[in-house]
Structure formats: structure tokens, C-alpha cells
Design a protein around this ligand. Sequence first.
Ligand code: URA
Length: 210
Amino acid sequence: MTEHLTVVDHPLVQHKLTLMREKHTSTASFRQLLREISHLLAYEVTHHLPTGTKRIETPLQEMDAPVIEGKKLVLVSILRAGNGLLDGILELVPAARVGFVGLYRDEETLQPVQYYFKVPQHLEDRLVIVVDPMLATGNSSAAAIDLLKQAGARDIRFLCLLAAPEGVARMKEAHPDVPVVTAAVDECLNEKGYIVPGLGDAGDRMYGTK
Ligand code: URA
């Protein structure tokens, strides 16, 4: 991928995102919609995976059929909201390896604090797709990518559902080599670091917490 930012401006994605934004959408519907959108976003973020061919036999004849080449890709979920995107993508790429980065946001400084880090081996040979629905300040995402680079990752993409311009700018400054794929870039962040108009707290809406 060469673009730093890709907005997946597809009618199905945009329609589902609108349903997710509505405050009366139930937890169950929110989760289901996130799962559906994650399939569509996964299509975009995996668009440039290298392919080769494999000799197979159809019931009619032999052929060289396309297959994805290279080592299994790695999905890294930024806990906890990342798990909503992760689950959907794993349905499409069930053989992917999975890592988790636990960061919480200090509500006063808005800075990320790490509490968990577990990732597969040999990151240097694999495409790593980091997933987190909300790219808000970009601080957590940039910090997660710092940790992944320290662990050896070199080919990283970042997938989110919604981004704030501030988060996109932060990622571009901190990690210009990491393409960002999102369904929309909203207006701004509010004083509490929420994306506006946004959809609220993605984790709370996904899991029915407050
Ligand atoms: N995280 C969220 O869940 N929502 C926002 O608006 C910003 C960060």
C-alpha cells in the first residue's frame, strides 16, 4: 500500500456505520454491525497481499489457481475495543496469528499506559495489521506501533472504523510508513478526547458497559 490514508467510502460500509453511530442502536446490533463492517474493511486492508499460484485439480482439469503467498499474517488487537474488529477479520482469515496490546488511556493526560503485550514470533517476516475501532488522539495507536516495531515488525498497517483528523496527523507524524485504513474521518476531538460526531465509547457500546 502506498497511500498513508485510505477511506473506505463504500455504500454498505457507510450505511452500517450510520447505524452504529445512532445512540439508540442496541449492544447486540452494534456488535453485529461491527462484525459486518470488519469484513468489508478487511477486504480493503488485505487488498495488496502478495499472491502466487498453486497447481490444483478441479473436477474438470488441472489449473494454476491463485493463493495468498508468504508467512501467515498477524492481527494485533488493541484491547479492548480492538477485539470487535479482530473477531470479524478472523472469520475471513482464520489462519492469521493474533497478538494483543493492552493500553489504557489516562483520562487526564490522554496518554497511553501499557498493561499487556503478547505477540506472535517472527514479526519481521510478516504483515502485521493493527486493529482498533477508534483512532482518536492517535497516542495509543502510535504507542502500540512503537512496541510492535521494537518487537521486530516492519510491515505494519493500521485498521480502524472511525478516525479524527488529529489521530490521522499523529500517526502520519509518528509512523509515516504505516498506512491507515478507516471507514470515515470525522470533524474533530472534543475536550475529553472523544471523536465528534463519532459514536461514543466503542468498547462500552460493544460490551454494554458504562
Ligand atoms: N475511544 C472511543 O471509544 N471513542 C472515542 O470517541 C474516542 C476514543
